[in-house]
Each structure stands twice: as C-alpha cells, then as structure tokens.
Design a protein around this ligand. Structure first.
Ligand SMILES: NCc1[nH]cc(CCC(=O)O)c1CC(=O)O
Length: 315
C-alpha cells in the first residue's frame, strides 16, 4: 500500500512502546507506518480513581474518536483497557501474541505478608483479591501510569504495589523485587495488545492481519465474554485467565466483593474442541464457554453481589 498508515497512540511510555512495536512489525512487512500521538482523557484525570469516573473505556475513547474522524488509521491498545463492546464502525484488526498475563507485587521485602501491612493499587480487582487473601492488610489507592506508580511506591511507606508484569517488562522496569502473584486472577485480556481499525478500511485491516495471533485471540475472547456476561458495563472486581492447551480451553474466573470478603470462583475445561472429540457440545463455541462460566457464578449468588456492587459504584 502506498499511503503511510497512521497509528494513533497515547503518550505514556507503555503506550508508545506498544505502538512502536506495531509500527516496526508493519514496516518489516513492507508497509509505511507512522505514529500519531493522541492525548487521552484517561491520562489527564489522575486525581480520581477510574471507577469513580463511572465510565469504562476512558483510555480508549480519544483514540476511537480520532479513528472515526479519520485522523488515524489504526490504534493500539492494552486490550484489558478496551470495553468489551467496540464502538460502531471500529473493529478488531489484530490481537498480538500475548505476553505474561500475571500480576506482580513490587515490594520492599516480604516479611510483612505474615503481619499487618499496606499495599497500594488503584484496581478494584487487585484490591478485592488482596484483601480476600490478606484480610489483616490495608489497601491504599494508587493512580497514574506505570512510571508514576513506581515512583510513588519508592516515596511512600507502603510495603508494596501491584503491577501487570507485561507492562513493567515492556518498558524495561521489571525489578528484581517483583514477586509473581500466580494466585491472583488477572484482568481479562491482561498482557494482550489489540490493534483496531475502521471497519470500512479494508487496506488497514489487511495490513494488520499478519500480526494476529490466533491462540492469544481465542484466549482473550473467552475471557472477555466471561467479563461481558458478568459485568453489564461496570468495573467490578472480576478476574479471568484462559489457557488454550492440549486442544482444549482451561478457564479460571472469579468475582469478588469490593471488600474481598466474598469470592465466587469457577474452574472449567472445555474438553476437546476438535470435531468429533469428547468435549461438551455446549462448549464447541468458545465464546459460549466464557458466557457459561460467568452464568455459573451469576446463578450461584454472583448476580446478587453484582447488583450490590453496581449500587455502591453508582453512589
Ligand atoms: N491499567 C493500566 C494498564 N493497562 C495495561 C497495563 C499493562 C499491560 C497489560 O496488562 O497488557 C497497565 C498497567 C498495569 O496494570 O499495571
């Protein structure tokens, strides 16, 4: 294609790294591509926790608008920040091969785990799971991009703060004192990057297609369907991890109360997804598998909990 593809990006170090990665891969495939920085409201509003702003998609909205105005041709997102329904006229062009999905605790020594302690996170999902496991601890809010949050951790007396491993790795800041939290359920699609385009822009979509990684896309699609079925558009403490392995999908998901006292968990396997396999026929459709896992939680008390979370967050 002769025109240069304009890739919109937020200007945080992580967003730039992700957009540059997409640009480099498009150029390596023979396309011309350039970065167009776009300021996002999500980066401007730092004085309030995101869930208090009452909107999902704050990180992605500005890029959506730039895409629909044809100021840019492609946008690159951390997929976990993207609402489960894309805006009209915008479509998924590629899901890149996923990096680590897990959360890590950046700490100043782990002695506090057995006693009282304070950790920092702005995420309801991380807070709820931390308090569920360490009910004696305090969790304090923390906002800002990855660099800001690491700086605040150094400057404060907190014992640790929680980060996505993928985010720290991408900007070369994963420290030695980062403890993997394999027990914590990550955000749906954590560690995955999403490239979106205008649905009508066949050329841009085709350029991005070779970047698509089918297994990663399948895993995050199921996680997002699990989220979509549970949440109904609010940012509740919900985690999910899907692994495609041995010809089947393995899902672990959870919904937590805001104070971490209640936890609804589900662990499920599809059985073989190959035609004629022994798998449960209901799960032949991967999206339906994610939805079925979510309904299991909703039916066993999760719906009542979701209702009370919605009320609290709406206040
Ligand atoms: N919520 C912000 C955000 N969005 C994506 C990442 C990291 C990269 C990823 O998870 O794909 C982060 C930082 C973090 O959660 O620590």
């Amino acid at each position: 294609m002769s025109r240069a593809l304009r890739i919109g990006t937020r200007d945080s170090e992580l967003a730039l790294w992700q957009a540059q990665t997409v640009r480099d891969r498009l150029e390596a495939a023979g396309h011309r591509a350039e970065l167009v920085p776009v300021k996002s409201t999500g980066d401007l509003v730092l004085d309030k926790p995101l869930y208090e702003l009452g909107i999902t998609g704050i990180f992605t909205k500005t890029l959506d608008v730039a895409l629909l105005r044809e100021d840019i041709d492609l946008a690159v997102h951390s997929m976990k920040d993207v609402p489960t329904a894309l805006p009209e006229g915008i479509c998924q062009a590629a899901v890149l091969e996923r990096a680590s999905a897990r959360d890590v605790l950046v700490h100043k020594g782990l002695g506090f785990l057995d006693g009282p302690g304070t950790i920092a996170t702005g995420s309801l999902r991380r807070k709820a799971q931390w308090l569920n496991r360490y009910p004696a601890h305090q969790v304090t809010g923390l906002r800002g991009n990855v660099n800001t949050r690491l700086k605040l951790l150094r400057e404060n007396s907190w014992d640790g703060a929680i980060f996505a491993q993928a985010g720290l790795e991408r900007i070369g800041l994963l420290p030695d004192n980062a403890e993997p939290l394999d027990w914590m359920l990550p955000a749906p699609a954590q560690g995955a990057m999403l490239v979106v385009a205008r649905t009508s822009d066949t050329a841009a979509r085709e350029a991005a297609r070779p970047l698509h990684h089918e297994q990663s896309a399948l895993e995050v699609a199921v996680e997002r369907e699990f989220l979509r079925t549970l949440e109904g558009g609010c940012s509740a403490p919900i985690g999910a991890r899907v692994h495609a392995a041995d010809g089947q999908l393995h899902l672990e998901g959870g919904l937590f109360s805001l104070d971490g006292k209640k936890a609804f968990r589900v662990t499920r396997h599809t059985g073989s997804l190959e035609a004629g396999g022994t798998g449960d026929a209901r799960f032949q459709d991967a999206g339906e598998f994610g939805a079925a896992c979510a309904r299991e939680i909703l039916d066993s008390g999760g719906a009542v909990l979701m209702e009370s979370i919605r009320k609290i967050l709406a206040q």
